[in-house]
Design a protein around this ligand. Sequence first.
Ligand code: MTE
Ligand code: MO
Length: 417
Amino acid sequence: MPIPAAGVARLWRIARQHGMDRRRFLLALTAGGAAAVLAACGERSDANSTGAAADTGSSTTREPAPAWFKDTSPFIVHDDGKSLEARLENMQGLITPVRYFFVRNNSVSLDVDVESWRLSIEGDAVTNPIQLTYGDIRAMPSRTFVSYLECAGNHRAMFDLVKGQKSSGTQWKTGGVGNGEWTGVPLRDVLRLAGISDDAANVLLIGLDTESPEEGFRRVLSVEKALHPDTLLAFGMNGETLPRDHGFPLRALIPGWVGSTNVKWLGRIVVSKAPIWTRNNTTSYVMIGDAYPPEGEASGKVTTTQVVKSALALPWPAELEAASQRIHGFAHSPDGPITTVEWSLDSGRTWSEAEGSDPQVQYSWARFEFAWDPRPGEYTIMTRATDWAGNTQPEEIPFNEKGYLFNQPLPHPVRVT
Ligand SMILES: Nc1nc2c(c(=O)[nH]1)N[C@H]1C(S)=C(S)[C@@H](COP(=O)(O)O)O[C@H]1N2
Ligand SMILES: [Mo]
């Protein structure tokens, strides 16, 4: 059982008083929970009555929580607490509330001191390297729009569950995705302040979290994508200041591209004349398999744009009552609005069209629903989305070792009682 966030905050206070740093604290917490943290503090770990368990959550001190500030209970917790998988069944409306929005961290959420924070724009294709303060960025013209954000590994568990070929990495089912309203400054406006040369090739985004083998979590964009007017440096999410778990003070928002390009806790942007090859575009976030010939210095095909997908807003597997009801779900595509979602009860032999219930904007996901009046029994519901460009979910996709971009129609198991 995950420890409630208030309990974690309390434990962290105790650990800090004992001189423990955040990294050691997290290691102990993930390895053995509250008992291990207290043991590491040299305190007696009194099985059923740890400070954490006794915490009522009424504390008013504002200590940083170590790995997340979110209440983790709405989530499926992966990677020793570094990744929080959303439950789509919690989501009714079009915008995913922050408290239900998935979190994917390769290290841990950072507390960035916004006063001393700077964004540095540098590199051999930058004519005038600059450092911007948070105030500088907030003073620039901003834009707000809705976009889904999805981990490249969302649906990864399906390689195993559907194809019987297990891939490595976090075994996300359907909850590595959310739909947010983002506010930020176009990256191109910031790049123009610094000035970039005509022969610029790549733009490297670097986060301040440093637990990856290279310093900082980083991903490469093409100059074309970096200069696209909808590529943002976001400081707002759902009308609020960007929350810490989602990259405060500033994150990249790269509509339609895989989650990992949406670098959080941004610190540096490097614009280069030569292509940049780094771990996250040579071995990680690369589709490795027979169907994916290597590009550049990568071991396969580098993930950039997402693929069209759909999923039901139901637990996996689901249990429903034998009654007339409406089932809903979400569909999204990097290439613009979803035009149709179909559903099938016979493994895709026959399909019925679902109803779309929301006005569709370009990068948003679409909500669909349909009426169902099942008798008791075991069912599999498949859904299949098509976008306005005619892209649809393929019957079968080839395996790739790290399990990215699974977008076959999902055979959602449903028991009706
Ligand atoms: N600095 C930094 N940025 C990061 C990550 C990270 O670990 N560090 N994870 C990436 C990955 S893999 C994903 S899927 C998205 C998740 O964004 P979210 O946590 O706001 O949902 O953030 C991306 N940005
Ligand atoms: Mo991701």
